[in-house]
Design a binder for this molecule. Structure first.
Ligand code: NAG
Ligand code: NAG
Ligand code: NAG
Ligand code: NAG
Ligand code: NAG
Ligand code: NAG
Length: 499
């Protein structure tokens, strides 16, 4: 009897050591009426080589599912595209390529989460290609829709970005939602990296560009592993990245290029065979910008970390964001966000304020760009410290090797990230232009009675929200204007003034 049991256990053991996803699925076109569900993630739509797959991936700590495309032969199952990064699908969701020509993702209640229509265009089948592109096609294989046209944060060899197409980074390394950065091929042909005014999706704050306005036409990631901006006549006008250095092409390497949560665009490779002598993992071939901590966007602010946060590049070339001593993250769950003061501010109104209550915290090899309101040449470090400490407007002083002391304060522009503020500012601007100050004052009687003073206040405010930082008055001038010791001139229209 005992002998009969052995082969049975043996057989069982073989099945147990095989992870479910390595069970080969034979390739076939996805026919109309096909479905996949989150309840069985071992089923997916593979490409002919099996290198890519389309289906559901579980994300986070079981918080839900992403309808995605991933590298299916890698143990990491690296995701290269997703449909619903901002609307995670709950367990029990389903994707269907319907008979009436729709690719539709629905939750367990039948509510639509995401869909693409190819209605009445003669959809015949869907197919996961070996390039990593999922396409919907007619019976004569004309493409009706393809995932390559709607990238998330990644491009693959063979992929082309046309004007107006963009990549948006993830929110963080663990959160796949749309984040803070975009890579955009602008309509003028310039390829730019922008910091988005999170959470509003407004850009125009480029921190890197190919400077190909007027000549750029497409961004191409070709099969030899080159990423470049090409002119309409086919000339390469800017070579963004190349895998040349490592003497390998897509035949030996899996490749992808991602705009990551930290604002860096990285070109990665992974050997296809372990005999290549390279580590079996994703390694960076190339990245832009060179050092994200030193990058300043057009709006004159650091890119990688939030307001008041200090950026340091780790040995892995990734930025780390830390709050200075005495400051804490505004949102404890968002380590890339802004830091706020965690102690009472020095009070400029109170003459008898106690300077002794504050100390200077030294930070070596740290700089604060911009926001200077005063600087002194040829002074000692000690003098600089004392001067800042006894000045209630001084939050940070930077002391440099040339014996220069720069005093810095929080600048207004950093606060302009709130959508409501923007809308309020726009409305304020409109009211001011149309002389409808009473509208703005609402039923604030004090404001209505002193409408002239109120108009001055508003003019100062409009000066403060000028698009060009150079036009904005510094805090000291603002104080002087408000006190009345400096005349307030008529401000130019800020960019959002819709006159
Ligand atoms: C997929 O469909 C196209 C168009 O009908 C056909 O040419 C191709 O052979 C099909 N491929 C497979 C694997 O069924
Ligand atoms: C998953 O859960 C663990 C333990 O509860 C936690 O430490 C980790 O941060 C969680 N990860 C994510 C992505 O939420
Ligand atoms: C991801 O980040 C977004 C934006 O902050 C947030 O709304 C969402 O709840 C986060 N998702 C998870 C799973 O933490
Ligand atoms: C192709 O276009 C680029 C950019 O517009 C231009 O500089 C170049 O001279 C053109 N080359 C040819 C051969 O027309
Ligand atoms: C990819 O682009 C590079 C640079 O323009 C070029 O030298 C190479 O031949 C291209 N490879 C393919 C497969 O088109
Ligand atoms: C690239 O690889 C090929 C084949 O492995 C080799 O013959 C060639 O010398 C290499 N070129 C460089 C620049 O390393």
């Amino acid at each position: 009897m005992a002998f009969a049991i052995v082969p049975y256990i043996f057989l069982l053991a073989i099945f147990l050591v095989l992870p479910p996803s390595t069970i080969a699925q034979s390739y076939k076109n996805v026919s109309l009426g096909s479905t996949l569900t989150t309840s069985d993630v071992t089923k997916f739509w593979p490409s002919p080589s099996g290198e890519f797959a389309f289906g559901f991936r579980k994300i986070g700590n079981g918080s839900g599912f992403l309808l995605a495309i991933w590298f299916n032969k890698l143990k990491e199952k690296t995701i290269v595209w997703s449909a619903n990064r901002n609307k995670i699908a709950p367990d029990g969701s389903k994707i269907e390529l319907s008979i009436d020509g729709r690719l539709v993702l629905t939750d367990p209640n039948g509510q639509e989460i995401w869909s693409r229509y190819t209605a009445s265009a003669g959809l015949a089948y869907g197919t996961m290609l070996d390039t990593g592109n999922f396409v919907l096609a007619t019976s004569s294989s004309a493409i009706l829709w393809q995932s390559f046209d709607e990238p998330t944060d990644t491009i693959l060899p063979g992929q082309v970005l046309n004007k107006g197409t963009r990549l948006i980074s993830s929110f963080s390394d663990t959160n796949v939602s749309s984040g803070r950065f975009e890579l955009l091929l602008q309509d003028d042909g310039n390829m730019v990296l922008n910091k988005l005014n999170y959470p509003i999706d407004a850009a125009n704050d480029a921190y890197w560009a190919t400077l190909t306005a007027g000549s750029g036409y497409q961004v191409i990631f070709n099969q030899s592993g080159f990423i470049f901006v090409q002119a309409e006549n086919g000339t390469v006008v800017n070579l963004v990245s190349s895998s040349n250095k490592i003497n390998s092409t897509t035949r030996q390497l899996y490749q992808r290029a991602v705009l990551e949560y930290d604002g860096v665009f990285r070109h990665y490779a992974y050997p296809k065979k372990s005999s290549s002598g390279r580590l079996m993992e994703w390694s960076t071939l190339y990245h832009i910008p060179d050092n994200i901590c030193l990058v300043i966007a057009q709006a004159k602010r650091g890119v990688a970390c939030g307001f008041n946060s200090i950026c340091r590049t780790g040995t892995d070339q990734r930025p780390r964001c830390d709050c200075p001593h005495g400051y804490i993250f505004n949102d404890p769950n968002d380590k890339l966000g802004s830091c706020r003061r965690n102690f009472p501010e020095q009070d400029c109104k109170d003459e008898s304020r106690d300077v002794e209550a504050f100390t200077i915290q030294e930070m070596l090899n740290t700089n604060w760009f911009f926001g200077d309101y005063e600087s002194y040449q040829d002074v000692t470090e000690d003098w600089c410290k004392q001067n800042c400490l006894s000045d209630c407007y001084c939050v940070v002083a930077v002391y440099g090797a040339n014996k220069v002391c720069w005093k810095k304060i929080k600048s207004y522009e950093e606060d302009m990230t709130n959508e409501n503020e923007m809308i309020l500012a726009e409305w304020a601007c409109d009211c001011y232009r149309r002389k409808e100050l009473h509208l703005l004052a609402g039923d604030d009687e004090e404001a209505i009675e002193g409408i002239e003073g109120f108009e001055k206040l508003l003019m100062v405010a409009i000066w403060c929200i000028q698009e060009s930082p150079a036009l904005r008055p510094n805090m000291k001038n603002v104080m002087l204007m408000l006190e009345g010791s400096v005349e307030v001139s008529v401000p130019p229209d800020p960019f959002f003034c819709s006159v």
